[in-house]
Design a binder for this molecule. Structure first.
Ligand SMILES: [Zn+2]
Length: 66
């Protein structure tokens, strides 16, 4: 599948640690399985994985906002 964002490259299915930044604070979301674009660095996750990633982001944001 071509990247739906930039259309320039085939996506690579992979599991990677995904860096995440919230209000200048950095963390890494471990072992995110997604289709990654090598050109624009977009990552396309399926629904279940999206929910897991969003949940980790939410918990991280809550800790910073406390
Ligand atoms: Zn792309």
């Amino acid at each position: 599948m071509k990247c739906p964002i930039c259309g320039a490259a085939e996506l690579e299915h992979d599991t990677r640690d995904l860096p995440y930044t919230y209000k200048g604070n950095h963390t890494v979301i471990p072992a995110v399985t997604a289709d990654y674009c090598p050109v624009c660095n977009e990552s396309i996750t399926d629904n279940a994985e999206s929910e897991r990633v969003m949940e980790i982001m939410r918990i991280f944001a809550n800790k910073i906002d406390d």
